[in-house]
Design a protein around this ligand. Structure first.
Ligand code: NDP
Length: 310
């Protein structure tokens, strides 16, 4: 079976940065990009807070640059998704959805996180027919239409702003009486005449004959003045956070109650010698590209040290 020194799983800022560092250390890393090369950033628009780009940079361009930089130092890119792992002993055994297997002396888990859904049956029913978790992917289909975005964090505000440039009207459905997003993002939403924020509002379901035509909402659920009503919309966008993609590794690595991989002493070490976790899969707090990139660099440096000691 194929046997590599460094296998990196995931192609967000953490994975690519780990590959740049491992490549420059002459470790000939193999990086599995999964089914979303470039990771979560590729479904956003502009990145304004990644240092080095004073005017901001298109998210896809940023990830493409990272990818090319990793390739420049000898990273081999593969497109498969890791579906099973055996991290009980080194070399570690990994299985992929293209029916391949590999043994690795070190593994860098950089699988990121995936969008969460509310758990309504109607989300499944109307998936691709009015329900989306990616405004930048699907917003184009809602030009001059009415859409709703669910969530009160930075992602929801960013998506609402983006959609406000396309749609005729955007409702932001927020379950609390306030937004959790940063002040600057809140201001952009609250000052956008195309966005109406529906505070203290939850979604009960969706309706429509051929795709979404509206949402069943409830205002101030459980209060004396609780009110249920229907809101006509054409599109329903989820922006309520993410779930870490750690399931494949959880029999071996420790995770917190939400599934984030727990690492040791502010490092990417998982406690399994030679196995590291970097980026959002191990970061319940910050979830920023720059922080993911930094943890990827740390993971590669740890892998290099580990390999030198073997
Ligand atoms: P967050 O976890 O910050 O926010 C999730 C939002 O969804 C909250 O308002 C939460 O409500 C709401 N929510 C969660 N579950 C439900 C539910 N079942 N029903 C209704 N509402 C729900 O996630 P984000 O994706 O917004 O942000 C993640 C991280 O990424 C943050 O650190 C953020 O700052 C960062 N980020 C930064 C950006 C930037 O700088 N440009 C852009 C995007 C993200 P409640 O408040 O009630 O819990």
């Amino acid at each position: 079976m194929e046997h590599k020194k460094v296998v990196i799983i995931g192609s967000g800022p953490a994975g690519y940065t780990a590959a740049i560092y491992a490549g420059r250390a002459n470790l000939s890393p193999v990086l599995y990009e999964g089914n979303q090369p470039g990771g979560q950033l590729t479904i956003t628009t502009e990145v304004e807070n990644y240092p080095g780009f004073a005017e901001g940079i298109d998210a896809n361009e940023l990830m493409d640059q990272m990818r090319q930089q990793a390739e420049r130092f000898g990273t081999e890119m593969r497109t498969a998704v890791c579906i099973k792992s055996d991290l009980s002993q080194a070399p570690y055994h990994l299985w992929f959805d293209d029916d391949t297997e590999i043994l690795a002396d070190t593994v860098i888990i950089a699988t990121g996180a995936s969008a969460k859904y509310l758990g309504l049956d109607d989300e499944k029913k109307y998936m691709g027919q009015g329900v989306s978790a990616c405004a930048t992917c699907d917003g184009f289909f809602y030009r001059k239409k009415v859409v709703a975005v669910v969530g009160g964090g930075d992602t929801a505000c960013e998506e609402a702003n983006y959609l406000a440039g396309l749609a005729s009207k955007v409702y932001l459905i927020v379950r609390k009486p306030y937004l959790r997003a940063s002040k600057i993002m809140q201001d952009r939403v609250l000052n956008n005449p195309n966005i109406e924020v529906l505070f203290e509002t939850n979604t009960l379901g969706l309706y429509g004959e051929n795709g979404v035509e509206g949402a069943h909402l409830v205002h101030r659920k459980g209060e004396a003045d609780e009110r249920e009503y229907d809101l006509p919309i054409d599109g329903f966008f989820l922006a309520i956070g993410h779930k870490p993609n750690s399931d494949v590794f959880t029999p071996y690595v420790k995770t917190d109650s939400l599934g984030y991989i727990m690492t040791e002493d502010d490092s990417p070490r998982t406690g399994i010698p030679g196995v590291y976790a970097a980026g959002d899969v191990a970061d319940p707090h910050y979830r920023q590209a720059i922080i993911a990139a930094a943890s990827g660099a740390k993971a590669a440096m740890e892998a290099e040290k580990h390999l030198a000691g073997l």
